[in-house]
Design a binder for this molecule. Sequence first.
Ligand code: KIV
Ligand code: ZN
Length: 526
Amino acid sequence: MEDRVLIFDTTLRDGEQSPGASLNVYEKLEIAKQLEKLNVDIIEAGFPVSSPAQFEAVKRISGEVGVVIAALARAKEIDIKTAYEAIKDASKKRIHTFSSTSDYHILGKFADERYGKNLSEKRKTILKMSYDMVQYAKTFCDDVEFSAEDAGRTDISYLAEVIEVAIEAGATTVNIPDTTGYTMPSEFGNKIAELRKRVKNIDKAIISVHCHNDLGMAVANSLAGIENGARQVECTINGIGERAGNASLEEIVMALNVRKDLYKYYTNINTKEIYNTSRMVSAFTGIIVQPNKAIVGENAFAHESGIHQDGMLKNRETYEIMVPETVGVPKTKIVLGRHSGRHGLKARLEELGYHVTEDELQKVYEAFIKLADKKKEVFDDDLRMLMGDEVFKKQEHYEIQYMHVNAGTNSIPTATVLIKNHEKEYSDSATGDGPVDALFNAIDRALGFSHTVESYQVRSVTSGREAMGEVLVRIRYKEHSFTGRGISTDIIEASAKAYLNAINQLEIFKAENENLAEEKSVSKVI
Ligand code: KIV
Ligand code: ZN
């Protein structure tokens, strides 16, 4: 155990806090099952008090996934009780509670005089609150993690005091987050070393690190934390997360794996599942992996220059420090076609990490046949897109029934749409700056409201002229944004689907949050 590093995956909690990334319950469940296959030690499944959808997702995952399931809770009774309600069916469960400890956070979030008249009084209040709430969490479950939010910018003496009382109250894991991604590796490593010196009961808990990537140091800081005694690392697939993201799971795991000569630590991760997990998370969240991303980017193992290619042919190790197969990058592209049949499709989906019921298989099979008719060769990434598009997008409100778009040189682009929402139909026409603008204007006119489009992206899913296009549209509603995804071999149709998908997510959000007075303050707190 001494040298084992536990992997705490927070893709479904901190990762889902990435701007515009919202996953529905089915998608979260599928990702959680894939994380189990990847062999992570702990899955942080969500923040149950923040919304009914979060609660439901954590509950479903707790009932169906066999690794430790953690749920986040502020140091508040209502949060902790709700977190427990959501995870109580899990065979292994953890409550993860946190308090703010840096002066920035204390003076900002605890400005109200009821927490104390000055910084010193406020710090005492937080110290007591942390102790009380860990004790309260212990009344529900043995495995309790405590996080000192913004520990990276917290005064070391005060941080040591808070960590000590949290362990005294029963915390079994103490997490040191660099919430704002402010620290440098040597500084962060020293912080962990210093805590090990100052906190007298530190050996009674596992030290965890949780680093954000604002200065691009998240992985380096996590490794520095491990070198100085941390034995749990919190990270996300593809490094997604708040702002610049969290430490990337695949980079930490492979750094420990490839540099065994340097690091004497190991994880239990099944590295061969890294690529599949990365692709699944990208397809469901709509967050594209940059091509030059370490380990999982499209170019991570591509050798372009003649000198490199020549060197590779002579000996792979000339330019390659790990073989792509170690992280599950397939050697050859598997291609399915219209003759592949339901069994072939099901088998391939399972290899890619998807679980489908008979009904779901039927749906995806129909979509697959339509696609195979259009583009003959269907690749893994096409299948991943179909899974996100056809199988898990339940609860759609608005669906496109008919669309016609006219555009060309020296003409005014126009669009006509017919949209259905259960039994109701909406139709209208509009012009615009281009075909997509005309289409979005027509949808807005038909539905009677318009949305601020924050971003519009289009890319081809696989290569070739017949490739499917994926469109991502991010819309804004108050302080929230929603990313809709649409795929089709016709990018104008994909655009309509993506825009309506974003609108549908907004509708679901509105319906779920109408009566949640707490929701606003919750989303602001973390
Ligand atoms: O970054 C952070 O501080 C967090 C905590 C809630 C652990 O995500
Ligand atoms: Zn975080």
